[in-house]
Design a protein around this ligand. Structure first.
Ligand code: AMP
Length: 583
C-alpha cells in the first residue's frame, strides 16, 4: 500500500525542485546575495570587500563585485580561520588528510532536503511500502569537544545525531532497522554485526539496502559471509554475541530481539546462507531480503571498482546511485534513479551553495614538467556552463567558504530545466606522476580494470587496490607500484601477465614515452595478503575516521599505509611491457 502522506511530501519537494531548477540562474544570484549579506561582517570577507557597502547593494551588482574582488581559494586559505571556530571533519581519504570544515544547522537541513528529494525521485520509479524498513549500513565516528566547547566529528556523525535524521524517517515513512545506539557506537565492527543482525531479524520488512558509499555495503556483506552462523544463532535464541561489548549498543539491540527469539526465521536464514555459500554468495540480496526493491548508495567515482561485487550480490536487484556532495556542501541530486551507476548524472541543487565552474582543458601531448593534467580558464557562473565541457567546482557556502576550490572534476552532460547535470569524473589532483607522466584516479581505475580482466579469466577476483609512485632511489628511475588484494588462487604466470597488462594499458603520452626511454622503470605489482585493505580501514578508523565516509586511497605516500602494504606483500611481479622497446 502506498502512503498518501508520502506522496504529498514527495509532490511538495519535487515541485519545489522543479521551481528552483527552472530559475537556477536567478536563484544562484539570490543565494550568493543571502550568503554575503548574512556573513557580511566576517573577517575573511572584510579583507576583500574593504569599504564596499554590501548591505545596500542589489544581488546582481553584488555577484559581479564578489567574483571580481574575492580570489579563488583553497582549504589552506581558510584553515587559520576555521581553527578558531566550530568544526567537522571531512573524510580526508581522497585528499590524504582530514580537513576541518564547519557544520551548522543549515548543513543538517540541506542534508534532510537532498535526502527527501532523492527519496521522492526514487519512489516514483521504485515505490516502497509505508512503514517499511531500510537496512542502512551507516556509522558515526567518535565525537570530541574542542577547547572552546564545540563538537568535532564527521559530517555524517553530526547528521545522524541531528533532529533532521529523525525527521527524514518520519517524512519518508521508512525506518532504520538499527536504533541510534547501534549507529552511534563509534566501533564499526560491532556496529556492522548489529546492522546485519537486525537487518536479518527484519528481513521481510526491508524495502531497500543502503550505505553512504557502496564500499560500506561490500564490507558488510563480506562480514556476513564470515559471521552468518553466529548471527543466525542470536536470532534463534534472542541473544547477542559476546563480541558486542558496548553496553548501550547491547541494550539497544536486546530491547528489540530478546523477547522475540525466532527459531523458525533462524533456520530459514541458515538454510539460505548454506545455499548461498555454495554459489559464492551470488544473489545474496534477493535471497535474504526478498522485498528489497533496490540498493541505494554512492557508486560513482572512486566507488566504481566495487560495482562488479555489488552486482554479484544483487543479482538483478536495481542499483541506484546516491547523490553528489561533500562535507563542504551538497551539490547535486540523481534525478534519473533508473540509470545504471555508470551513466548517472547529478542535477545541481541551486539553493545549496553558490557554484562556479572553472573550465578545464586537457593537455595534448604536453611534455612540460607542470604537475597538473589540465589547463584552466576563468571561472564562470552556473548559468554559463556548456554541455560536454569539463570543469572544476568552486563553492561559496553558507558555512564560511568563499570561492573554495573543491578539487573535483565534473563534466556537464545536459540540463534539468535550467540547472546543469554533472557527471563526476575524478578528483582533480594527479595521483600517479613521477616526471612528465600525468595520471588521474580515473586513469588508474581504467588500467586496473584491464589487468583484472586477465585475472578474472583465471577465476580469481580483485578485492581492492591502491598504488604508489616510488621515487625513493634517486640513482634509479622511479616506477609505479600497484598493490592488489585478490580472492582465490592465481598462478604466478597469470599475475605476471596482469602486471604487464596494467603497465601497457596506461595511455598517458608522458608515461608511454618515459617507459620507452626508461626514464620511468617497469611497473611493479605487489600481491598483498587477505585482509590487508581491512587493516587500512582499521588504521583510518583508529585515527578518528568513520567507516561510512571511507574511500580506499587509490594512491598513497602515507608512510603508515606503505608500511602496512609492504609488510603484507606476499608476492611481487615486474612488468615486461616495454622490454623489447628500443629507446
Ligand atoms: P568528503 O571529503 O568525505 O566530504 O568526501 C567528498 C568527496 O567525495 C567529494 O568531493 C567527491 O570527490 C567524492 N564524492 C562525493 N559524492 C560522490 C558521488 N556521488 N560520486 C563520486 N564521488 C563522490
Amino acid at each position: 500500500m502506498e502512503s498518501s502522506n508520502v506522496n504529498i511530501e514527495c509532490d511538495n519537494i519535487l515541485t519545489w525542485f522543479e521551481d528552483v531548477s527552472k530559475n537556477a540562474s536567478s536563484v544562484q544570484t539570490q543565494i550568493l546575495c543571502k550568503i554575503l549579506k548574512q556573513n557580511n561582517e566576517v573577517e575573511y570577507l572584510k579583507k576583500w570587500f574593504g569599504s564596499y557597502n554590501v548591505q545596500d547593494m542589489d544581488a546582481c551588482a553584488l555577484e559581479s563585485l564578489f567574483t571580481s574582488v574575492v580570489p579563488l581559494a583553497s582549504h589552506a586559505d581558510f584553515d587559520p580561520f576555521i581553527q578558531r571556530i566550530a568544526l567537522s571533519l571531512s573524510s580526508g581519504t581522497t585528499e590524504g588528510r582530514q580537513k576541518f570544515v564547519a557544520f551548522t544547522r543549515h548543513s543538517a537541513q540541506t542534508t534532510l532536503q537532498i535526502f527527501t528529494l532523492a527519496a521522492a525521485t526514487r519512489s516514483k520509479i521504485y515505490p516502497t511500502k509505508e512503514g517499511g524498513r531500510i537496512l542502512e549500513f551507516i556509522y558515526s565516528s567518535n565525537q570530541y569537544k574542542t577547547k572552546g566547547g564545540l563538537t568535532v566529528g564527521t559530517a555524517t556523525t553530526h547528521y545522524y545525531a541531528s533532529e533532521e535524521f529523525k525527521i527524514k524517517q518520519e517524512k519518508t515513512k521508512l525506518f532504520n532497522c538499527s536504533p541510534y545506539q547501534v549507529i552511534s557506537s563509534g566501533d564499526y565492527k560491532q556496529t556492522t554485526y548489529c546492522h546485519l543482525l537486525l537487518g536479518l531479524f527484519f528481513s521481510n520488512e526491508v524495502e531497500f539496502i543502503s550505505s553512504a558509499f557502496v564500499y560500506g555495503i561490500v564490507q558488510a556483506f563480506c562480514t556476513l559471509e564470515e559471521l552468518w552462523r553466529e548471527i543466525c544463532n542470536d536470532i534463534r535464541y534472542g541473544t547477542l554475541s559476546s563480541k558486542i561489548k558496548l553496553p548501550k549498543m547491547r541494550e539497544g539491540v536486546l530491547s528489540i530481539i530478546s523477547s522475540n527469539s525466532n527459531p523458525f526465521l533462524a533456520s530459514k536464514l541458515e538454510a539460505t546462507c548454506k545455499e548461498l555459500e555454495l554459489v559464492d554468495w551470488f544473489g545474496l540480496v534477493p535471497k535474504l531480503w526478498p522485498n528489497a526493491k533496490y540498493i541505494y548508495s554512492i557508486m560513482t567515482g572512486s566507488m566504481l571498482p566495487y560495482l562488479k561485487k555489488v552486482r554479484h550480490y544483487a543479482k538483478g536487484v536495481p542499483l541506484v546511485s546516491g547523490d553528489y556532495g561533500s562535507t563542504e556542501s551538497w551539490i547535486g541530486v540523481n534525478v534519473d534513479p533508473i540509470l545504471p551507476p555508470e551513466n548517472v548524472t547529478f542535477a545541481v541543487v541551486p539553493t545549496f551553495s553558490y557554484f562556479e565552474f572553472i573550465p578545464l582543458y586537457r593537455h595534448k601531448q604536453d611534455f612540460s614538467f607542470v604537475h597538473d593534467d589540465f589547463m584552466e580558464d576563468k571561472p564562470i557562473p552556473l548559468s554559463k556552463v556548456q554541455i560536454g565541457q569539463e570543469y572544476e567546482i568552486v563553492l561559496t557556502t553558507f558555512t564560511g567558504l568563499y570561492r573554495y576550490r573543491l578539487g573535483d572534476v565534473v563534466e556537464v552532460t545536459g540540463f534539468h530545466n535550467g540547472t546543469p547535470k554533472l557527471n563526476f569524473i575524478c578528483r582533480r589532483k594527479l595521483i600517479l606522476t613521477i616526471n612528465v607522466d600525468k595520471n588521474t584516479e580515473k586513469d588508474l581505475q581504467i588500467v586496473v580494470e584491464k589487468g583484472s580482466q586477465v585475472l578474472n579469466k583465471a577465476k580469481t577476483e580483485l578485492v581492492d587496490f591502491t598504488s604508489y609512485a616510488n621515487m625513493s632511489n634517486s640513482n634509479q628511475p622511479g616506477f609505479y607500484v600497484i598493490f592488489w588484494e585478490i580472492k582465490g588462487e592465481a598462478e604466478d604466470k597469470v599475475l605476471e601477465a596482469c602486471c604487464t597488462e596494467i603497465d601497457a594499458a596506461f595511455v598517458d603520452h608522458g608515461y608511454v614515452v618515459s617507459r620507452k626511454t626508461n626514464s620511468i622503470g617497469p611497473l611493479k605489482l605487489c600481491i598483498v595478503e587477505k585482509g590487508t585493505f581491512k587493516k587500512i580501514l582499521d588504521h583510518f578508523v583508529a585515527n578518528g575516521g568513520a567507516l561510512g565516509q571511507f574511500k580506499t586511497p587509490r594512491c598513497t605516500n602515507n608512510p603508515m599505509l606503505l608500511e602496512i602494504l609492504n609488510a603484507c606483500t606476499i608476492k611481487t611481479f615486474c612488468s615486461n611491457a616495454y622490454d623489447s622497446t628500443q629507446p
